[in-house]
Design a protein around this ligand. Structure first.
Ligand SMILES: [Zn+2]
Length: 373
C-alpha cells in the first residue's frame, strides 16, 4: 500500500440525527415494545471513535463539512420535497422523510443538509487537490432518496447532490457510482436513469429493499441504456460472491465507462452481523474491494475516489469494516485486527456458490462488449 492523502469528513451533528423510539423501524404496533430505530447513531459514532482511538485519524486530512445550500439540493430534488423537510424539521416532534419508516427529530433538515454537504465537500477536496481521495462519514444516508421524497432512512440523495454540484462548479461530466450497500441504490439509479454520463452500479441483496427495484434487467433508459448495472445477489452471499461480483462486473464496467470521478455509496450492511440483511461479508473483503477501487481510480481517473457512508446497522461490527476501508484508502495500517473475522471467515458458504456465480455471470454478460476483458 502506498500512502495517500485521504480526506475525512465527520461532524458531531451527524450523531445527533434523531430517529426516535421505533422498534427497528416498527412504530406503534400491537405487541411491539418500543426500542431504538435501526438507523441509530452508534454504528457511525463508534466508527468515528475507532478511527480516532486507533491513531488512524492523525494520518487523515480533516475536511470540514458545510451544509448543502438549497440550490444544491434543488439540482436533484423537487422544491416540494425540500420545503416539506424544512417545515417538518421546525416542528418539535419532527417528521418523516417520506415513507412512514424514516422518522427524524427537530432540526433534522439541518443534519441532512450537512450530510449532503459533507459529501459535496469531500468531492471538492479531491477535485481541488487538497487530498487524493476521501471518506465522508455522513448521516443520514442518501442512496434511497428519490427526487420528490425521502425513503429508506434517507432524506436527500447525498451522492447525487455531490455529482450535480461537481458538474455545476467544477466542469466534470462523467461519473461512476459504485454502491455496495446491501440494499439497492434505487434513488441514485432513478435520478440518473436517463443520464448517459452517470454509471450507477449496485451490488445488493436480491429483493431485500426496495423489494421491486434492482433487477438484473434494469439497465437504464434511452440514450442511457447500459449505464445502470444491477447485481442482485442471493441471500447468504459472502466474501467469495462479493469479490467475484467486484472483479467480474464492477471493475470492468467502470473501466469501460472511463469516468472522471468514482464515488462509492459505502454501506456496511452486507456484513455478517447486520440486522437488516442476510449476507456474510467480513472486513477483509471491504479492504480488498477498496484497494481494488484505489487501483482502478489510478487507472481511469487520476486516483479520484470519494466514498460516502450509507447503511450498516451493526454498532459492533461496522467500525471494523470502516477501519479496513479507510486504512486501504489512506495506505496506513493501524495494526488493529478485526476480532470477529477469525470466527466468521471459514463459515460454509463464504466461497462463491454456483447460484450466486450464475447471477454474476448474467450481470457480466449484460455489460456488453465494451466491458469484456
Ligand atoms: Zn442499506
Amino acid at each position: 500500500m502506498s500512502a495517500r492523502r485521504t480526506g475525512w469528513v465527520w461532524h458531531e451533528l451527524y450523531g445527533w440525527h434523531d430517529t426516535g423510539r421505533a422498534a427497528g423501524y416498527v412504530l406503534g404496533a400491537p405487541g411491539v415494545q418500543p426500542f431504538g430505530h435501526f438507523e441509530s447513531a452508534e454504528s457511525k459514532t463508534r466508527f468515528a471513535s475507532l478511527v480516532e482511538v486507533s491513531g488512524l485519524r492523525e494520518h487523515l486530512v480533516e475536511v470540514r463539512p458545510r451544509a448543502a445550500a438549497e440550490e444544491d439540493l434543488l439540482r436533484v430534488h423537487t422544491e416540494a420535497h425540500v420545503r416539506s423537510m424544512q417545515e417538518q424539521s421546525r416542528r418539535r416532534e419532527g417528521g418523516d422523510m417520506g415513507d412512514g419508516t424514516s422518522p427524524f427529530g427537530w432540526n433534522g433538515y439541518e443534519v441532512a443538509a450537512l450530510a449532503a454537504g459533507g459529501t459535496v465537500h469531500a468531492v471538492r477536496a479531491v477535485l481541488d487537490g487538497t487530498v487524493d481521495n476521501a471518506y465522508a462519514l455522513v448521516r443520514p444516508p442518501g442512496h434511497h432518496a428519490v427526487a420528490d421524497r425521502g425513503m429508506g432512512f434517507c432524506m436527500f440523495a447525498n451522492v447525487a447532490v455531490a455529482i450535480e454540484h461537481a458538474r455545476a462548479h467544477d466542469g466534470l461530466r462523467r461519473f461512476a457510482v459504485v454502491d455496495w450497500d446491501v440494499h439497492h441504490g434505487n434513488g441514485t439509479e432513478a435520478i440518473f436513469l436517463d443520464d448517459p454520463d452517470v454509471l450507477t452500479i449496485s451490488v445488493h441483496q436480491d429483493g431485500n429493499y426496495p423489494a421491486d427495484t434492482g433487477a438484473l434487467e434494469d439497465r437504464g433508459r434511452g440514450d442511457a441504456l447500459g449505464t445502470a448495472v444491477n447485481v442482485p445477489l442471493p441471500p447468504g452471499s459472502g466474501n467469495g460472491a462479493y469479490l467475484a461480483a467486484f472483479d467480474q462486473v464492477v471493475v470492468p464496467a467502470v473501466e469501460a465507462f472511463a469516468p472522471e470521478l468514482i464515488l462509492v455509496a459505502c454501506g456496511f450492511d452486507a456484513c455478517n452481523a447486520d440486522p437488516l440483511a442476510t449476507m456474510m461479508v467480513t472486513s477483509s473483503t471491504y479492504r480488498t474491494m477498496t484497494a481494488g477501487l484505489v487501483a482502478l481510480a489510478d487507472r481511469v481517473c487520476s486516483g479520484r475516489l470519494v466514498m460516502s457512508h450509507e447503511g450498516g446497522y451493526s454498532p459492533i461490527y461496522v467500525p471494523f469494516c470502516g477501519l479496513a476501508v479507510v486504512e486501504a484508502l489512506s495506505g496506513h495500517d493501524t495494526g488493529i485486527a478485526d476480532p470477529f473475522e477469525p470466527d466468521w471467515i471459514d463459515w460454509p458458504g463464504q466461497e462463491v456458490q454456483p447460484h450466486q456465480q450464475a447471477v454474476i455471470d448474467r450481470a457480466r454478460a449484460l455489460l456488453g462488449p465494451g466491458a469484456s476483458r
